[in-house]
Design a binder for this molecule. Structure first.
Ligand code: ATP
Length: 363
């Protein structure tokens, strides 16, 4: 189900020509973006690119300087934060320390005047949703960090918002718990059908949880697409380089018999699918490059010398220097024991990859 591919689908959120200035500084620059009901949408980009500013405009803590934001087709410019069907969960969780877990979850419902029976039933439902089991009477300091995260999530979802904004929701958790919690978050998002917009610095996290990812740079959207397409078909050197590891080689492209040939050095020509000419960057992901002692059968074949080896347990990355001085990285899965490392420093090796693995970038 991919509503963004349907031109008739109605977006839940619609940014139209939104600009946000702080004095002379342009934090968000004439941005258009549609997010659809039930999406898990991730905003990704370096510090200062405007992720939090976008979220704060959705939540109602900031107004756009120019442009319009529609929620469910209605302009939300003058709707105060507490009147929007939007909730925001902060990295700090912001739980009330003197209230129990149940009281924390019930807080917004009580403030809205929901009567006791309905409120208790809703709190029970939220406790089940986030699997808090018997912790209802504990105070926040009597539960673990992961449990506090669940309480914050339950509290954010209690009022059944249409949109939940998550600002680095797993930032306070250690790596292992963080990875487990990513899958729980996806399950909860699916169960409730709430639209989630997450801000994260962690590209793996964004790729894991999100149906679509927006890669931002300096107040603009560089690419908005599924994780697979962002990774496999980046639209720019910026995106290719920001997401995952990549070899980037400068060259001159020319069409060549239904594919594109890129001259990257004296006597070294790389190929890819497509039809481009002029100055380009040739990109290929290290895991798509095979390394072998003998010349392989592949669309693209280069020879070089191992100058560096990065051992990561799961995989190793070999840095191979070509006679032209360019370095190409090849990543291999360590299915054999590392003590039986197949290649060593100074080894002469061959690298190979298919035309389909090559990406020719013009910007
Ligand atoms: P981070 O990942 O570090 O949180 P971000 O992508 O969320 O960064 P924003 O917090 O949206 O970035 O900030 C975007 C830019 O706008 C930054 O350069 C920031 O300094 C600036 N900015 C944000 N809020 C204000 C403000 N109230 N006054 C002036 N400048 C601001």
């Amino acid at each position: 189900f991919a509503p963004w591919t349907d031109p008739d689908a109605a977006p839940l959120i619609d940014f139209r020509g939104v600009t946000k200035r702080f004095g002379d500084f342009i934090a968000i620059d004439d941005l258009d973006l549609k997010i659809y009901p039930q999406e898990f949408f991730a905003l990704l980009g370096p510090s200062g690119c405007g992720k939090t500013t976008l979220m704060r405009m959705l939540a109602g803590f900031e107004d756009p300087t120019e442009g319009t934001i529609l929620l469910d087709g209605n302009d939300i410019a003058h709707v105060p934060p507490n009147k929007r069907a939007v909730n925001m969960m902060f990295q700090s969780f912001a739980l009330f320390p003197h209230l129990t877990v149940r009281e924390n979850i019930a807080f917004g419902l009580r403030r809205d005047g929901m009567e006791r029976g309905a409120r208790e039933a809703r709190v029970d439902e939220m406790m089940r949703l986030v699997q808090l089991k018997d912790l209802g009477n504990r105070k926040p300091h009597q539960i673990s960090g992961g449990q506090r995260q669940r309480v914050a999530l339950a509290r954010s979802l209690a009022k059944a918002p249409k949109l939940l904004l998550l600002d680095e929701p797993l930032g306070a958790l250690d790596k292992k718990l963080r990875e487990e919690t990513q899958f729980e978050l996806m399950e909860i998002q699916e169960t409730t059908g709430t639209t989630f917009v997450i801000v994260t610095h962690d590209q793996e996290e964004a790729m894991t949880v999100a149906s679509r990812v927006a890669v931002m740079n300096a107040g603009t959207l560089v690419q908005v697409d599924t994780p697979e397409r962002i990774y496999e078909q980046p639209n720019s050197v910026y995106v290719a380089d920001f997401i995952g590891d990549v070899n980037l080689i400068q060259g001159q492209a020319r069409p060549n018999g239904g594919r594109v040939a890129v001259d990257v050095a004296e006597g070294v020509t790389l190929h890819a699918e497509g039809d481009v000419s002029g100055d380009v960057t040739y990109a290929v992901r290290p895991e798509k490059v095979t390394i072998s002692p003998d010349k392989p059968e592949a669309d693209n074949v280069v020879q070089g010398k191992v100058i560096d080896i990065g051992y990561l347990g799961l995989s190793s990355t070999y840095h191979v220097e070509l006679p032209s001085g360019q370095v190409v990285k090849a990543m291999t899965a360590n299915t054999r024991r590392a003590t039986e490392r197949p290649f060593d420093w100074e080894d002469e090796v061959w690298l190979g990859w298919s035309d389909a693995a090559g990406i020719v970038l013009t910007q």
